[in-house]
Design a protein around this ligand. Structure first.
Ligand code: ZN
Length: 256
């Protein structure tokens, strides 16, 4: 017997499958990450409208037949379409990074409401055109925290010395934390990072969402933030995420 369930869901990934089906990955508020198949999705515009486009926030109806595997998507209604993201290349690329990170750091069947709310808030921010590069780092920090992988930036991860007392902090990607000069001795591969960058990242992690776009990371600080969080995320995921490398390649090419 099948029973239909209902949840709010954000489309993270959408892949055409066969003649008319789609395979989808969602982040839901009730069931964590959810993978499903929408039979006839590309024919039945009425049943799915544009509710299955990447980044759309929808009310999803789905069922499970047999054990495990893909859920069957029975229908979906758009709550937010985020059209303002799709009509702008940079916004689309940033949203793709945010979605891929959320996909990687969410778990199938495991509810994670903070992560769901975080993604919704950031899609909203991207759509509003107020997203900044610093806010991309703040998203990463908040995502890592929601997923249980928060890096230690306010003290030496080894001896616990507070950031204020550390002369030249270095970031250890494998440990996911900074180390003081004494604890980083003989480890040349640790990344030097200024206390100013760390303080700004910590502020951006904790600040009210509304005020976040006003906190900036410029020049060398932006580069340091990119380097340490990029390195840590690559260490956790085991590879460079595709959307992240596309975004950085395009920015390198088109930023004056
Ligand atoms: Zn130390």
């Amino acid at each position: 017997m099948k029973s239909t369930q209902k949840t709010k869901a954000i489309v993270l990934r959408s892949l055409d499958y066969g003649e008319s089906d789609r395979i989808l990955t969602f982040l839901t508020d009730e069931f964590g990450k959810l993978k499903g198949i929408a039979k006839g999705a590309r024919r039945s515009k009425r049943r799915f409208a544009n509710a299955l486009e990447p980044f759309s926030l929808t009310t999803l109806l789905f069922s499970r037949r047999g054990g495990g595997g893909l859920a069957f998507i029975e229908g979906s209604d758009v709550i937010r379409h985020f059209a303002g993201i799709r009509e702008d290349l940079d916004r689309t690329l940033v949203a793709a990074c945010v979605a891929e990170l959320a996909e990687h750091f969410s778990v199938e069947g495991k509810k994670n409401l903070p992560l769901f709310d975080l993604l919704t808030d950031f899609l909203d921010l991207i759509e509003s055109g107020r997203m900044t590069e610093a806010a991309e780092r703040f998203f990463e920090l908040r995502l890592l925290k929601a997923a249980g992988f928060e890096p230690v930036l306010d003290r030496c991860v080894t001896c616990g010395a507070p950031l204020e007392g550390i002369e030249s902090p270095r970031f250890d990607c494998r440990e996911g934390g900074i180390r003081c000069a004494r604890c980083a001795v003989n480890s040349p591969d640790f990344i030097p990072v200024s206390a100013g960058t760390l303080r700004t990242l910590l502020m951006g992690r904790d600040i009210d969402f509304e005020r976040m776009p006003r906190v900036g990371l410029s020049g060398p600080m932006a580069r340091e933030g990119r380097e340490i969080l990029g390195c840590f995320i690559r260490h956790l995921t085991g590879r460079e995420l595709k959307s992240v490398s596309v975004l950085s390649e395009i920015r390198k090419r088109y930023t004056p």
